[in-house]
Design a protein around this ligand. Sequence first.
Ligand SMILES: [Zn+2]
Length: 255
Amino acid sequence: MISRRSFLKVCFSTLVGVSTSELLFQVAVSGGSGYRKIPVLAYHRVGYTTDNLTVTPERFSNDLDSLQQRGYCSITLGEFQNFMSDRNVELPEKPVLITFDDGYLDNFQNAYPILKRHGMVGTFFIITDMLWTQDRLTPENIVEMEQGGMSFGSHSVTHRALGELDQTAVYDELVNSKAILESVLGKKVDAIAYPRGSYNEAVVQIAKNVGYNTGFTVREGICLKESPEFELRRIPIFKYDSGVINVIANRGHLL
Ligand SMILES: [Zn+2]
């Protein structure tokens, strides 16, 4: 008979700037993390542009403070994917996947240093046709961030709504963005965040066929182990939000 394993799992980020008593409080004892609810936050810009998809660096830093105070531990895209595909994978007691769409330069200039300061990690979805344009991440930025523990996925080549394209165009968007990012990173890229949240059955089938494992939508909700891997829900974050913990409860439909 196989005995149930138990683990002491400490989130690295909780080691930053907390006292021993707080740390002991946050240590999670777990005999299996299959029940974990994983909020996947969807940010865009972190800076001082005025649209609703931009949060200020101060606000972003406050969001990370709030997450840590509530015991949330950021996980990498790889940890998230391993958990979704293998029931023996352990996660921290309160995991969170922090994602950013569209690959703006402010992700490198503002979000990345704030994440590092908190000992946290993020996942960035890149529009590959924008890689060499003003205001967007460069390949050099991406390599530096990846070496700093950040994760990357595709947000297509051109940011067109995949659910509205013919199958050849969907294939090109998925295959070419994947290949370009893989050549930048020198490693496999197998997650897509559907631009504008647009996808359909054909898009999912093509994504599977060309080697993706994971697809993120912009539908509100929380991720569970049994969530469909190509229709994963996220929690969009907007400029006007206050209190990321409340946002997780409300848009994660946890109330
Ligand atoms: Zn987008």
